[in-house]
Structure formats: C-alpha cells, structure tokens
Design a binder for this molecule. Sequence first.
Ligand code: GLY
Ligand code: MN
Ligand code: MN
Length: 479
Amino acid sequence: MENSDKPLVKAMRGHDVAPSKMFAEFMKNGWSPTPLSGIEQAEVISHLDDRRQKLSAAFTKLRLVIPSGTAKQRSNDTDYQYRPHTAFAYYTGVQGVEANPDAVFVMEPNGSGHTPILFINPRSTRDTAAFYTDAKYGELWVGRRFTTSEASERYGIEVRELSELKKFLKGKKAATLHGFDEFVDSLVNEHPRDAELVEYVSVARLIKDQYEINEMQKAVDVTHRGFNDVIRALPAAIATVRGERVVEAAFFGRARIEGNDLGYNTIAASGSHACVLHWNRNDGAVRSGDLLLLDAGVEIDSYYTADITRTLPISGKFTPAQRALYMLVYEAQKAGIAAVKPGEKFLSINKASHTVLAQGLIDMGIINMSLEEVMDPAVGLHKRWTLHGVSHMLGMDVHDCAQARAEQYREGILEVGMCLTVEPGLYIQPDDELFPAEYRGIGIRIEDDVVVTEDGCLNLSQHIPHHPDEIEAWMASLR
Ligand code: GLY
Ligand code: MN
Ligand code: MN
C-alpha cells in the first residue's frame, strides 16, 4: 500500500528538513528486486488446522477476530519489545521475530465452517516512500517483513493487507478479544459471546499435544543452560555492587541468544530478598554465605516458556540451617510432584506440599498445633511462611490458561497433557521472631515444570539438580 502521502519530515527521525521531491524520486529507483525464496513452514503449522477446527466448531457461523495487539509505548517514540497476544500466535503460527504489531486474525464463517484469514502490514517495498519514511514499519528502519504472498506461503492460510480490514469488517457482527487493539475495538462492536471467546482461547491450551510438550522441553533445556550461565557468573556477581543484576543479565543473555525472550521478569533474589515473593528489582548484593533464589524462564521462538526456580548457596555449600530448611521444601516438592496424576484434583498438589511444610513447621516447634488443625482452611497458619500457590498451568503464557473457569482449572481435575509447575517454598522474613535467628532471612523455593501422563507425570526439569548434594556438585562442576 502506497504510503507516500505521510508527511516525510515527521516520520524521518533525526531529520529536521523535509526531503526534497528530487530525493523522493531518487529513492524510488536503482534497487534490485529482493524476493524471498524457499520459504518454509514452521513445524507448528501442521497442528493449526486441528486447533482452528475446534475453534470453528465452538463458534459455528460466528465471525471471530483475534488481534495480535499493538506495540506498547515505553517512552516518547520508544516501544517495549513486541510480543503478540498468545491466542493470536496459537491460531496463526506466527512466532519469534516474525511477529509484528497490529496484525489481525479473522475466522470468517463460510457456510460449513470458517476460513482463516490473516491481515498484516506487509513489507514496504522500495517503490513506496514508507520504506524510508515510516519509522514504525518501514524496512529501512525496522527491517524486512513478509509480503502477503510470502506470509501466505509461510503460514499456509489466506493473507491480506491490514488496510483492507476496515472495509472487510464494516457493519459485520463478530466476537473479539477487546482491549488489545484500539483499531479493532473501533471496528467491532461488543458481542454477547465476547467473554466466551476470551475464555475459550485460554482453555483451548489446557491440554498440550506432543508437539507442545516437545517445545516445553526445549524451553526447559535452554533455561537449564541459563542457570548454568548464572552459576558461572557468580564470582562476578559477588564482585559487583548490584550483583543481582549480574545474575539477571547472565540469564537474560541466554534467553535472547537461544530464545525469543524471558517468559517473565527474572527474580534474582539474594539473601533475604528471597522473602519478597516477586523480587525483580534485582539491585541487591550477592554475598558468599547467603542463598540465591533464582526464578527464571526462557521463552523460545514458539513462545513456550519454562518457569524454573532453584535456590543456590552462593558459596557453593549450604550451611546447616539453609540445608535443613531446604530439605523441608525438597520433601514438600516431592510430595507435590507425587500428587500429579490424571484424575487427581488440581488442588491436591497444593495440599500435598503444604501438608509436608506444615508438618515440618510443627516438628521444628514453630507451630504448636496438630497437623489437622493447621491444615483446616479456617486456620492455615503455616501460610505465614508460604503464601503463594504451589502450582499453575504453564505453556505459551507463564500463567497459562488464566481465563479458565474455576471448575475447569483451579477446582478441576488433572488430565493427561496438562503442563504445570510444582513450586513449594518457605520464606522466613528477616524480622520474623517466631523463628530462631539462624533461619531468619532465608527464602527457598524449588520449582519444576511437569506434564501429566497416563501414570503420573513427566518432570521436564528433572535433570536440573534438586537435592542439596546434587546442587553442590553442579555448582562445583561449573566453577
Ligand atoms: N515465576 C512466576 C511464578 O513462578 O509463578
Ligand atoms: Mn511458577
Ligand atoms: Mn517461577
């Protein structure tokens, strides 16, 4: 789409003088053609007909509009790194750096089902002014994108220009995901089934197929390498004032080198920062003798993310108090993982881990009650030291399937193919007088990513060391 009617001076950052007409003419000519050849389809594409057929069957005869979402401004003309809406990626197969803001996926009713159509901002070729004037899309500014026919080859569906979307949707009824793209919101009125669509596209990802489990395994394996990088960086972290930033940066390097990005902001919590559940300021010192709680996950190009926590002794060796508390969390995690099997309640994982933690706190003399009393939901005093849930669904969103109804997820039953975390923790605040002094300021979490199988579960992160002896050996091997 010709874009040359835009004011040149506004779009050309850093230029205070509008380019001349002669310049505009000059820029049109003298370029070789640059078609892409040999475009291949990513593995995910062979799974999309099945995903879309289910979506189609759930919304017979209803037009569905799923925006990829717009870029989010960080400051002035600088945006955050773009990442498309997960439902958009799930149904189109757009992945990694191919994703561009403002794309829209439409499921258009066709009588017997739906025709999938992707609307994109295609590449700005050299015969347009946009390629050098449009700082948001122009390929001289942000790089080459697919033409509509290249995108169609890549994704295996009909692809049209975004500029056609307005006319395409005008006056038509559709269900959509509101709030991700103002342009789409302006084109599509609210529909009685909007909320149902929001829920459906989230719940659709509850059960992972083998392709998805393989992607999850890849994400876990890259994350494992990121944890290795952090262990290697610990001497530098100790030597740096904001050592937690060294930890964060070491992991981020792996996420960007091998993956698309982080799946969520890294928690690099040294010492008592581990007792702040979402510590991601990461501006503290890393001191030998303390523990480092590292909760981090790499999102690979297909957008599947790991979510792993290990709590590491910065010196390479646990102190007796650290090891004692660690072993309690270790046993709680083992109990949680043992509870993961088809037919079991999702909440059984929480209960199994919390029962071990509560019993441990009783055995240490911290809680003076029977286990039965403590575990009564009307009591639950053990939660002072373990306030968060033990498990959540995991996939393309770190907290995947979050729009599911309670009976489908939180109060639901585990099924083969569900992928979830098991992540009990104990956090003794530094000012907690109910614990002996040597335990204060210790925070421990162990988090693994598991998939429900016919006979229990497969721990995708089993090979990342858990037991204190294994952790000490792992750290020694990387020093
Ligand atoms: N890293 C976020 C979580 O564990 O849920
Ligand atoms: Mn988690
Ligand atoms: Mn986590």
